[in-house]
Unconditional design. Structure first.
Length: 622
């Protein structure tokens, strides 16, 4: 980030037309003609006050590599203004700004506005940083008809920061790789902002635009007031700014990189939602501009959407396809719910057909087909990527199937805890290729490593069995002791280590494929309590669904993230969780018949899991 003192142009040096009109550049007849057809305009406010002399930039997220600078879409030759950040348009005396037809974005890229500096009424403030997400660039290459008016304020900044955080280093460095999965993930991430705030009014939403999820309005307003305490102050040296910028560091610790503006501060808060809670919560003044707010300090500032689709009934698992759609198994009403990345039910959702009987888990293969384990039948149900039924296939077992996974070769493995069997089906659905019973005792979960070995959690035996891709037990199988106690979950990280959730001992044990336990394992920190599912995000962080309701997060070395567990309102019996390509964590909340999405809490992950296993990209970004 550049030095902010080099960015602000003194208010006295702005053209008179800028100070007196709502369209900063209409004095240029060529630009004025372009404004008629392609203009986007709006205002910049700090709290309820206009920010005068702020620099408004238009950026597109880079698509070449994570960590790259965002791409400026404005030209100084057209706007007449530029600084070390890039070309910009200034706000006038009412906080208004106008970007005319002097820009073009590449369709499919992700675009946002960034306002830096200005005077919100208490004097020039270099720490002012505000954002608003415009989202996916339309096929026309401009946003004139899509979002003609934009309010850039603290609310829009909170929405933008949480949506963009998994892809952002700071407010001007937002990027993904150019892979298809990464481009899908960042598009879905930017779209998440529309579920949090209304862009024209700059106000927090109470429900998502589709009306099927509640939005934590009070949390968003509280965070907006945290920003306003600095933005409406006398400047970066004001105590409110010093507190905010000192606490909202890149890693949430006091030794991390401190931001120099409030937009980057909010990105850092989104990445470290449990850090310095007391300082930040108590920062707003008694005259904070946004309401309603939280009336008590929360455990963390996680922003979560709670989906209440009528089809959700005792949801037992959630998993993602390559498009970022969520597939949810509803144990209670024999159905599968299919939601878009924005939580919108797809046209064929819910699905009740194809032999579904107490569906418990779903695995998506490398071709995008979904395989559903039926706890009420000795069969698995297969659907194509659009949710069309492909058949109900017998596992060959005499008992029901509770767990399911796809190996790197595309074979489907289903576990029956009642008959202590593993059934292996080919990708084409050939039933009952084999049943394996050796070293199995109430198998409750199946996961694969990159070599194609199956790791099976045996709940009653309190051990983990490991099989090669032909079903032969490895020489060190089963792995027992060392803290393994009624394991109900197992997941494999990018190093081939198996992470085992111990339901009875409230811990996580970690072993390499030879059965050697990781130092300091088992892990009990971060609120691990009756763990039922384990997932990895794109930076190798570990996310755990606890049957008691909370969500635990820890690093790949087992160190809990600040604020873990995230005890979110409405989470009860979190049976399963998964990380999507946008960096959100989704929790199947069986006790309340809901699905909860933690916006931007994680690093984007490669989906589906079977593809990540096959390509060796578990725990890496797409």
């Amino acid at each position: 980030m550049p030095t902010r003192s080099s960015i602000l142009r003194p208010l006295a040096l702005l053209p008179l037309a800028v100070l007196l009109s709502g369209c900063a550049l209409t004095s240029n007849p060529v630009v004025a003609t372009a404004i008629k057809g392609l203009s986007i305009h709006g205002n910049v406010h700090g709290g309820q006050q206009p920010v005068v002399g702020s620099h408004v930039y238009l950026f597109a997220a880079d698509t070449l590599a994570y960590g790259n600078p965002s791409n400026s879409l404005l030209s100084s030759a057209s706007t007449g203004y530029a600084d070390t950040v890039g070309a910009y348009v200034p706000t006038d005396a009412s906080g208004s700004w106008d970007i005319s037809g002097d820009y073009a974005c590449t369709p499919g890229t992700q675009v946002y506005l960034y306002a830096l500096g200005g005077d919100a009424g208490a004097g020039p403030n270099s720490a002012v940083g505000l954002m608003a997400v415009l989202g996916n660039c339309p096929s026309s290459g401009n946003f004139a008809t899509a979002v003609p008016y934009i309010s850039i304020n603290e609310i829009s900044t909170v929405a933008a920061a949480y949506a963009m955080a998994p892809f952002a280093l700071d407010a001007t460095d937002v990027a993904s790789s150019g892979s298809t999965l990464a481009l899908t993930g960042i598009a879905n991430a930017f779209a998440n902002a529309s579920n949090l705030a209304d862009l024209p009014s700059g106000s927090a939403l109470a429900t998502t635009p589709q009306g099927n999820a509640t939005v934590p309005t009070s949390t968003i307003n509280t965070l907006a007031n945290v920003l306003a305490a600095c933005i409406n102050s006398t400047g970066a040296s004001d105590p409110n700014c010093l507190t905010l910028l000192g606490d909202a560091t890149s890693d949430g610790t006091l030794s991390g990189t401190a931001p120099t503006d409030t937009a980057t501060a909010m990105i850092n808060i989104a990445k470290n939602p449990g850090a310095h809670m007391s300082d930040l919560f108590n920062l707003p003044s008694p005259t904070a501009p946004f309401a309603p707010t939280l009336n008590a300090q929360p455990n963390d500032f996680t922003i979560a959407l709670t989906y209440t689709d009528p089809s959700l009934n005792a949801p037992g698992s959630v998993t993602f396809d390559a498009a970022g759609n969520a597939w949810i198994a509803n144990f209670g009403n024999n159905s599968v719910t299919l939601l878009s990345s924005l939580g919108v039910p797809l046209s064929n959702s819910p699905m009740f057909n194809n032999g579904l009987s107490n569906p418990s888990q779903i695995a998506i293969d490398q071709s995008g087909n979904a395989w559903v384990a039926n706890a009420g039948a000795a069969a698995v149900s297969e659907f194509d990527l659009n949710g069309n039924a492909l058949g109900s296939l017998s596992t060959g077992s005499s008992n029901t199937s509770g767990a399911i996974a796809v190996d790197p070769s595309g074979n489907v493995w289903a576990a029956s805890s009642s008959s202590n069997e593993l059934s292996l089906l080919t990708m084409s659905g050939t039933p009952a290729l084999s049943q394996f019973t050796t070293n199995l005792d109430s198998p409750d979960f199946v996961a694969f490593d990159a070599s194609g070995n199956a790791w099976v959690a045996n709940q009653l035996a309190s051990n983990v069995a490991i099989f090669d891709n032909s079903g032969n037990p490895l020489s060190n199988s089963p792995i027992g002791g060392n803290g393994i106690d009624s394991p109900t979950a197992v997941s494999i990280d990018n190093f081939g280590n198996g992470w085992v959730g111990n339901f009875a001992s409230n811990s996580i044990s970690v072993f390499d494929m030879n059965g050697n336990e990781m130092a300091s394992s088992p892990f009990t920190g971060g609120g691990v309590s009756q763990p039922l599912a384990i997932a990895f995000d794109g930076l190798g962080n570990v996310w755990v669904a606890n049957d008691t309701g909370g969500v635990t997060a820890m690093t790949g070395s087992g160190t809990p993230l600040v604020g873990s567990p995230f005890n979110l309102a409405g989470i009860s019996q979190s049976r399963f969780l998964a990380v999507d390509g946008s960096g959100s964590v989704w929790v199947a909340n069986q006790g309340a018949n809901t699905v909860v999405q933690l916006i931007g809490s994680a690093a984007p992950a490669v989906t589906p899991i079977a593809y990540a296993v096959t390509t060796g990209t578990i725990g890496t970004r797409p």
